[in-house]
Design a protein around this ligand. Sequence first.
Ligand code: SF4
Length: 103
Amino acid sequence: MNAPESESRRRLLKKLALAASVSTLASTQLRAEDLPLINVSDPAAKAVKYVEDTSKVKEAQGNRCDTCALYAGKDGSTQGPCQIFKGKAVKAAGWCTAWAPQI
Ligand code: SF4
């Protein structure tokens, strides 16, 4: 193999590696958005008094999941992953007693 061909092959391999990384990242994001909502009757949800509508809970003092440091949904999303409920999503307008301010 001559030098220009070897250089071309290296560039192609770098592009393929980059494409694979972007593809993995995109599918991870898609999975996060497709997570099922946690059910309010789930024992883990009950343990932290999770509700889907914070406006119905005085204790929440106006705080919501989408202002919580543990919320991992996109800006403007209606739901997203929460770090305390692995594999489940929470409503952006939800709340629980584990709410923590964003820093
Ligand atoms: Fe919502 Fe934060 Fe509680 Fe998760 S930890 S349910 S994002 S308030």
